[in-house]
Design a protein around this ligand. Structure first.
Ligand code: FMN
Ligand code: SF4
Ligand code: SF4
Length: 255
């Protein structure tokens, strides 16, 4: 089926959510539009979507919720019954209430959610967990999910997904991104990449730890590997987390 527009809306600090959103959208034909919520105020304005379009929305899970700043940005998108594919992307730990929160928000804003999923990718903080995912097996599952969504485009069923209300309290992780001054070449790429405005534009080796929520965007964008989580106890926490969540989780679909 050919769509007037296929819009991809994602928030993806370490780029795996973006990769999965792209993969799902590429299963459909039409003109693609990208809404990258990491820095979208400087990009395109949000808009109201029509019922002749398709929307794919992907969000990472932060402490069992969708990231607060992404939620605030997504709230501004409205729709008149647009068929919408929604997924959250976990780091092989817990999904919490994130998928329920995402589908509730979309439905409240007029989107018709025709398929929902939980996918699994490399953990953006503890990178030894689900390392290298999405892998070949995940890509096959993503394709399978997109195919099923394609068969479900006309559905108006109220999809049930896991999660509870009230949603979990917001919890900010204790890890903050720091910078190794010896490695930084002052390219300033990390400054606009930070969704929290935590990296001053006149001094990129500094992080405002009160603003940083540990999203990891600056770490992934830095071409010199100058930025990392530098907190005391990080390595021990990473080892304990890797042991706790060593068992591979598989994607789940909801129709
Ligand atoms: C602040 C923060 C909190 C996170 N909380 C969770 C969580 O509750 N459960 C989980 O499975 N993964 C969690 N993760 C991992 C990410 O959800 C996961 O790695 C996701 O795939 C990242 O997507 P991205 O590559 O698009 O940034 C967290 C990551 C960050 C940065
Ligand atoms: S992206 Fe890396 S190298 Fe560039 S300014 Fe930021 S910390 Fe320095
Ligand atoms: S400084 Fe903190 S909030 Fe900003 S991009 Fe880096 S990890 Fe994310």
């Amino acid at each position: 089926m050919l769509f007037e527009k296929i819009s991809e809306i994602y928030f993806s600090p370490s780029s795996t959510t973006k990769e999965i959103t792209n993969k799902i959208a590429s299963n459909f034909e039409g003109t693609y539009e990208i809404y990258d919520l990491l820095n979208y105020e400087k990009d395109k304005e949000p808009r109201r979507f029509g019922d002749d379009e398709l929307v794919v929305v992907g969000m990472p899970v932060f402490a069992g919720r969708i990231p607060k700043i992404a939620r605030e940005k997504l709230q501004r998108f409205k729709s008149d019954g647009t068929p919408t594919i929604a997924f959250v992307n976990i780091g092989n730990a817990d999904v919490g209430d994130a998928l329920l929160e995402l589908t509730d928000l979309l439905k409240d804003n007029g989107f018709n959610v025709i398929g929902a999923a939980i996918f699994v990718s490399q953990h953006s903080i503890f990178t030894n967990v689900a390392k290298g995912r999405p892998d070949e097996k995940d890509l096959e599952k993503i394709k399978e999910f997109a195919d099923k969504c394609g068969e479900n485009l006309d559905s108006t069923a109220d999809i049930e997904v896991p999660g509870n209300k009230p949603y979990k309290e917001y919890k900010v992780v204790p890890f903050k991104a720091g910078c190794d001054e010896m490695l930084c070449t002052f390219c300033y790429d990390c400054v606009p990449a930070c969704p929290q405005g935590a990296i001053p534009d006149d001094d990129p080796v500094v992080t405002d730890v009160d603003k940083c929520d540990g999203c990891s965007a600056c770490i992934y964008i830095c071409p010199e590997d100058a930025r990392s989580f530098v907190n005391e106890g990080f390595d021990e926490a990473a080892a304990a987390f890797a042991e706790k969540f060593s068992q591979r989780k598989e994607p789940e679909f909801f129709f």
